[in-house]
Design a protein around this ligand. Structure first.
Ligand SMILES: NC(=O)c1ccc[n+]([C@@H]2O[C@H](COP(=O)([O-])OP(=O)(O)OC[C@H]3O[C@@H](n4cnc5c(N)ncnc54)[C@H](OP(=O)(O)O)[C@@H]3O)[C@@H](O)[C@H]2O)c1
Length: 334
């Protein structure tokens, strides 16, 4: 079977779709025929050696897949052939708070990833696909959607709250859809006016271009009567955090998620002087994934799939993601 593998060295030039041995379901594990997989910014970082420079190679890439169960190992009662499933990002994090014990392994890093035609995974590390979703849509959920859901729910997002989102990538567009579903108001930034228009049509209340109007923190305060946003979904990292801390209201919540904007220092003073809750987010548990799926099914939410590549063109899909042209998620179809 084929898999997308970082071969003997880091760099996108060393990424290739190659043959790997067929997996078999050991006791407690489930063999899944992968139908679609989605890319995350993390995959780019991993392939370039920027996520974990000590990663042992070769390594199958990927954290997000959806497919159909084709066989189960001894002792598995949770699943049967024909079930439509998605993997969780951390197969050991079923429920409860995060701890060292549950954050390892993660696919495509400590263990081989799921960008493969078939995978054998722990029975406890799967969730059911909502009936209205295609495999291409379902494959977008394990990392970006669960992260956005965890960030917003941990911040008590709901009616009467205003959420500020950065850019129009996978995490931010899910956060937009979930903010809508939770009854919150969403403000969004983008480096592209056409993407802002698209975000408005998806339910964003207002948007601003962070390239042509870099003072988006001031803009966010104007949009909130001078108070600041209740919640900032921070995907830029150190490069945007100072502005996020100006854009959030006193006593507000910044969900610290990403590293898109680079940078390496920020001023911690506003965190204390304005009593901001700075909450790191690392994807989420299976229980969070299941709760999110309940809302996705109830509200008939459809993930925003920007483009679907055939799996044979997986390297082109990764390069497309690197270009930053996408809006929402980039998917590969097996
Ligand atoms: N902590 C976690 O558990 C977790 C989980 C998932 C992702 N992440 C991290 O979260 C970040 C987003 O991941 P993703 O998969 O959603 O990425 P993505 O889909 O590749 O998002 C890329 C988009 O981000 C926007 N962007 C880039 N630089 C920006 C900046 N300086 N300010 C504002 N927006 C900017 C751009 O949107 P426009 O084109 O609209 O400008 C770009 O198209 C990454 O750093 C990723 O590693 C962390």
């Amino acid at each position: 079977m084929k898999a997308l593998v970082i071969q003997t060295a880091f760099g996108l030039e060393n990424l290739a779709v190659v043959d790997r041995p067929e997996p078999t379901p050991a006791p407690g594990r489930v063999l899944v025929d992968v139908r679609a997989a989605s890319l995350n910014f993390r995959d780019l970082l991993i392939a370039k050696g920027q996520y974990n420079p000590k990663l042992a190679l070769p390594r199958v890439l990927g954290s997000d897949a959806a497919g159909e169960v084709i066989a189960v190992g001894a002792g598995v009662t949770r699943w049967k052939p024909g079930d439509r499933v998605m993997n969780t990002f951390m197969p050991n994090w079923a429920d409860g708070p995060i701890s060292d014990a549950v954050t390892k392994p993660t696919y495509g890093n400590d263990i081989d990833g799921v960008f493969a035609e078939r995978v054998a995974v722990d029975a406890g590390g799967l969730v059911e696909v909502a009936p209205h979703l295609t495999f291409e849509e379902a494959a977008t959920l394990p990392c970006a959607a669960v992260t956005a859901w965890n960030a917003l729910t941990a911040a008590n997002t709901g009616p009467g709250t205003t959420v500020l989102l950065q850019g129009t990538g996978g995490v931010s567009i899910f956060a937009l859809q979930f903010a809508n579903a939770l009854g919150a108001r969403a403000l969004i930034t983008s480096g592209h006016d056409d993407k802002l228009a698209r975000a408005r049509s998806l339910g964003a209340d207002a948007g601003t271009n962070y390239k042509t109007s870099p003072d988006w923190d001031k803009w966010a305060r104007q949009q909130t009567g001078g108070t600041g946003a209740d919640v900032v979904v921070e995907v830029g990292g150190a490069g945007t955090l100072d502005r996020s801390l100006k854009a959030v209201r006193t006593g507000g919540h910044v969900a610290l998620i990403g590293v898109l904007a680079g940078g390496n220092a920020f001023n911690p003073l506003p965190v204390l002087m304005r009593a901001v809750r700075l909450q790191g987010v690392f994807v989420g548990s299976r229980a969070m994934f299941e709760a999110m799926n309940g809302v996705i099914a109830e509200k008939q939410i459809r993930p925003v799939v920007d483009r679907v590549f055939p799996f044979a063109d997986a390297v082109a899909a990764v390069k497309y993601m690197e270009s930053g042209s996408h809006f929402g998620k980039v998917v590969m179809k097996m």
